[in-house]
Each structure stands twice: as C-alpha cells, then as structure tokens.
Design a protein around this ligand. Structure first.
Ligand code: C2E
Ligand code: MG
Ligand code: MG
Ligand code: MG
Length: 292
C-alpha cells in the first residue's frame, strides 16, 4: 500500500510539474501579446519621509490587466518574463510609462517627485541599456535625476562586475540607483561603498515582524546605522503598523513605504496624494492622542 501511495504521489508531482510547464508556456504566449495589446499598467506607491509624512518619491509597480484573469501582480508573471527575456522589452515599456507619469506630474503644476523603477538583472545584461534609458528620458525631456532604478541586492551579487559597470554608466547620466530588498543578499560593506548607490531599501521581511523579533530590530538598526555612515538614504519597505513606523522613525530611518501610508495608486490617485496626514498632524499637534 505504501508503495502504491508512493507511486501515486510521484504521478501527482509529475502531473503538477507538467501543468506548471503548460501554464508557463501559456503565460509566455500571452506576455508576448500583452505589450502590443497595451495590457500593462503602472501603479505608483508613495515613499514618505518618516519625519513629516511628506511624499519624497514614488515606486512604480507593474500590473498586467489580463483580459480573462483580471489584474495580475508581478509574482505571477515576472519570473517567466525574466526566463524568456521578455522582461527586456517590458522593462523599456516600464521606463517609458514612468516618464509619462513624471510628465503628468509636471503638467499638474506641482513639484515633480522622482519615480523609482524596478530593474531585473537581464535588463542590465543589455549593453545598450543605459543608452536606451537615456534616449527615453531625452524624448520626454525629463531630467535624469527624476528617475531612480531599483536593483535587488541578490541580483547585484549575481554579477557584481556587470552591475558595477552598468551602475557607473547610469550614474554618469545622472540617474539615481537604489538597492532593493536589502538584507536578503550577501553584499559586503566594501562592495556597498564601491557601488556608489544613492539609497537602500530594507526588505519587508525585517519590518514585518519587528514588533515581536528582537533579532529583526537589531538587524534593522545595524543596517540603518551602516547606511547612514555611508551617507545613503534608508527606506523601510512594507510598513503596515503605527508601531513599526514609530520604531523606524526613532532609530533614524529616513523614509518609509507601505500600506500604513498608501497602497500602490493609479496615476490619477498618485497625483492627488500629498502625504501621510497622521505624521504631518502629529508633528503639528503631538498632544492630540486621538491621532496616535
Ligand atoms: P518590490 O520592488 O520589493 O516592491 C514592493 C512590493 O511590496 C510591491 O509588490 C508592493 O505592492 C508590496 N508592498 C508595499 N507595501 C506593502 C505593505 O505594507 N505590505 C505588503 N504586504 N506588501 C507591500 P508588487 O507590486 O506585487 O511587486 C512585487 C515585486 O515585483 C517587486 O518587489 C519587484 O521586485 C517586482 N516588480 C514590480 N514591478 C516591476 C517591474 O516593473 N519590473 C521588474 N523587473 N520587477 C518588478
Ligand atoms: Mg522595488
Ligand atoms: Mg523591495
Ligand atoms: Mg521586496
């Protein structure tokens, strides 16, 4: 009976694998068409200064409006896009759409807040990547300082010399660079210093449990202290509670991003969003307990 169960289990797994493979092929075909059919969209999540609640920049996050299955988040398709190389053309589309949002900000008459765009390591393998990003900025007439590129720490460490070469080119153009999901990879202090990035984002996994985990709190404190010594800005990702925000603010973390402040917003909503009211109010009226 045990043998039979084992056999069943095996065929169950191989069926699941087959289904997974078929699913991947289907997604790949659909992704190929998605660009031509304008099914992609960007949403923009505010990054706020923990000191006063003001929005300092936005992160652009990709969404795929798949006609049959509805809005898809990157978790369901980015990996396939990376494996098939489709992330390269999609990535240029993302930069272009981020430029459009910067242009919309300009037309709204308010001061332009920079937009951060996520970049996969496959995009950095393109020799002409920096050049093409520059061409997009020029076409929109957008100052390079309004664009930031986020590269995950683990991707940076996959190919340090490639990353350094590309980051160097991008920085010469005036584009800002930040390290995403920091704390999950294995970069060293000297590599960080050499990389010359502008900011660093502490991964959500450390923020998530900080109320209950002294180890996570120590980790965040250590990263923040180190990053500030290097004269970089620190952003904490995935802030969902008031307590998390208070802790991060208290240890000197510059910026925060998370559902506590705002979910990713449509371009129209993002243009309306000015900042996190509670932080601004608590600065003006720290005695008002109802707001804490
Ligand atoms: P990321 O760059 O670390 O982006 C942050 C993710 O955390 C986003 O998920 C965001 O919606 C989510 N998030 C923000 N605040 C909170 C919070 O308070 N709680 C929780 N639970 N989640 C929060 P999203 O949009 O699903 O994106 C997932 C990942 O997909 C991104 O992680 C990024 O690595 C990748 N990605 C997104 N857009 C692009 C893109 O245009 N190109 C590439 N190559 N990758 C992208
Ligand atoms: Mg990111
Ligand atoms: Mg991140
Ligand atoms: Mg993350």
């Amino acid at each position: 009976a045990a043998k039979r169960a084992g056999k069943n289990q095996l065929s169950f797994y191989s069926m699941a694998m087959q289904q997974q493979a078929l699913y991947s092929i289907r997604i790949e075909e659909e992704l190929r068409l998605a660009l031509a059919r304008s099914e992609f969209a960007l949403v923009f999540q505010p990054i706020v200064a923990l000191g006063n609640g003001q929005t300092v920049k936005f992160e652009a996050l990709l969404r795929w409006n798949q006609p049959e299955r509805g809005i898809q988040h990157p978790a369901s398709f980015i990996e396939i896009a990376e494996l098939t190389g489709l992330i390269v053309p999609i990535g240029y589309w993302v930069v272009d759409a981020a430029c459009r949002f910067i242009q919309q900000q300009r037309q709204s008459g308010r001061a332009v807040k920079p937009v951060a765009v996520n970049v996969s390591v496959c995009q950095l393998r393109e020799a002409e990547f920096a050049h093409r990003v520059e061409a997009l900025l020029t076409r929109w007439g957008i100052p390079p300082g309004s664009l930031e590129l986020e590269i995950t720490e683990s991707m940076l460490m996959e190919n340090v010399s490639l990353a350094m070469t590309q980051i160097d080119r991008l920085k010469r153009l005036g584009i800002r660079i930040s390290i995403d999901d920091f704390g999950t990879g294995y970069s060293s202090l000297s590599q960080l210093r050499q990389l010359q990035v502008n900011s660093l984002k502490i991964d959500r996994s450390f923020v998530m449990d900080l109320e209950n985990s002294p180890v996570d709190r120590q980790m965040i404190e250590a990263i923040t202290a180190m990053v500030r010594k290097l004269d970089l800005k620190v952003v904490a990702e995935g802030i969902e509670t008031e307590q998390q925000m208070q802790f991060l603010k208290q240890i000197g973390c510059d910026y925060g991003q998370g559902f506590l402040f705002a979910r990713p917003l449509s371009p129209e909503q993002a243009l309306q969003y000015t900042g996190h009211a509670d932080l601004a109010v608590s600065r003006q009226a720290p005695h008002d307990d109802r707001l804490r």
